[in-house]
Structures are given as structure tokens and as C-alpha cells.
Design a protein around this ligand. Structure first.
Ligand SMILES: [Mg+2]
Length: 185
């Protein structure tokens, strides 16, 4: 049975789209988010962007809806694979992410892992500073589905099938197409 490692933000949920919708007076559309992090497009500093996103996570993460095609795929095919969630969220917001994953996908995803994303007041871990570090240590992933090209590329160098889930900031494959191509045999 193959093991799929799922990114959480912008794969299992629509964090960035929902965050953008809450930004007052923002002229940028979601389709216009051709970079991630998008602070340059927004005309703000990287620090201000991350602060805004983290505040959104702390106040609104629990209310995020699961991505509909992904949730439907789990209901039909989830039992054909083993599943792990692997997120690069800050340690401060990781408990919210873990609870969200277990609430919406806990029937299938039994393991939640975090490669902490450093912040100025939380400089990050000594071990597993990246998703690739975690995946290399763990050694059991067959597939990684992620919207971050760097994580997908790093997984491929480890011999893992890296599937880049399409978002405006990457040249990925539509999630519906990725899901249709997953073979549980
Ligand atoms: Mg992501």
C-alpha cells in the first residue's frame, strides 16, 4: 500500500485564497497571486505578510473548509493508501493545523507532521528544518502532493514522486488531474 504525504495549506484547504478574501481594499485577485509568498505583489514587507497570515491562521484556521475535490477523493479512494499530513507552518499555529486535519481528514490521515516555518520570535528547529529533511529521515513516503515547487523538487531528489498541485504561483497540475492519476495498486 502506497503512502501519500499531503501538504495542508493550499492543498487540503484554501488558506491563501481565504486569507486574501479577508484583506481590506486589496486590488489583487487570487489569480493574480503569481508569487508565493506574495508580499512583493501586495506592496508590503515579507514580515508584514507573514504576520497577517499568522494572525489569520490563529483566528480563522478552524473555520477553513476542506478542498472539495480532495475531500471527495478521500471518501472514494482514501482507504486504498496510507496518508500523512506534512505542513511547514509555524510552531505557534501547528496545533490548529493538526486539529483541523484530524477533524476533516482523520478517517484517513492518521499522522500529522510539521517542519516548522521559522519566525522572528521563533527561529526554528535544529532538526528537520525543511520538509525534505523530514522526508529523508522518515523514509517511507511514496508520493508528495504540495503546491510549493521547492518541496516537490526536493522530494524528487529523494526518489519520491513529487506532484505539484496547481495554484496561481506555480506551474502545477490541476488537483483533479493529480487525484485521478493516483493508483492504489
Ligand atoms: Mg502549501
Amino acid at each position: 500500500m502506497k503512502t501519500i504525504v499531503w501538504d495542508v495549506d493550499d492543498v487540503l484547504n484554501s488558506l491563501t485564497r481565504t486569507w486574501l478574501e479577508t484583506q481590506p481594499d486589496c486590488a489583487l485577485t487570487f489569480a493574480g497571486l503569481t508569487e508565493n509568498p506574495p508580499h512583493r505583489l501586495l506592496g508590503i514587507s515579507r514580515e508584514a505578510y507573514l504576520r497577517s497570515l499568522d494572525e489569520f491562521r490563529l483566528s480563522r484556521f478552524a473555520a477553513l473548509e476542506p478542498a472539495v475535490p480532495v475531500r471527495r477523493w478521500f471518501e472514494a479512494h482514501g482507504h486504498q493508501f496510507r496518508h500523512v499530513a506534512l505542513t511547514a507552518t509555524p510552531l505557534e499555529t501547528a496545533p490548529l493545523s493538526a486539529a483541523w486535519v484530524m477533524r476533516h481528514f482523520g478517517r484517513w490521515i492518521r499522522t500529522f507532521a510539521v517542519a516548522p516555518s521559522p519566525r522572528p520570535d521563533d527561529p526554528g528547529p535544529v532538526i528537520d528544518p525543511s520538509k525534505a529533511g523530514y522526508l529523508r529521515w522518515w523514509g517511507r513516503a511514496d508520493v508528495l502532493i504540495d503546491d510549493n515547487p521547492a518541496h516537490v523538487s526536493a522530494a524528487r531528489t529523494l526518489g519520491i514522486t513529487g506532484l505539484l498541485a496547481a495554484q496561481p504561483w506555480n506551474r502545477g497540475i490541476a488537483i483533479e488531474q493529480i487525484l485521478a492519476g493516483l493508483n492504489g495498486e
